[in-house]
Unconditional design. Structure first.
Length: 67
């Protein structure tokens, strides 16, 4: 159980770190948001059905990282 918790923490940290790196990268915001959407879909983190749902999640991620 402890090993699973450690792996979960590592994976979670990697996802947050990747998100932060993408958000602070010198790219246009629109392109960056598309990359975040693609990553969320690719890794199955969000099974959103509409672009509006993805936009909400991307906005939440951006707000959390900027705090």
């Amino acid at each position: 159980m402890r090993g699973l918790t450690l792996i979960s923490a590592f994976v979670g940290g990697a996802i947050v770190g990747a998100g932060a790196a993408l958000l602070f990268a010198p790219e246009k915001g629109e392109e960056l948001r598309e990359q975040i959407k693609d990553l969320l879909k690719k890794y199955g983190i969000c099974k959103c059905s509409s672009d509006e749902e993805f936009d909400e999640i991307v906005d939440e991620i951006a707000a959390e990282i900027k705090k």
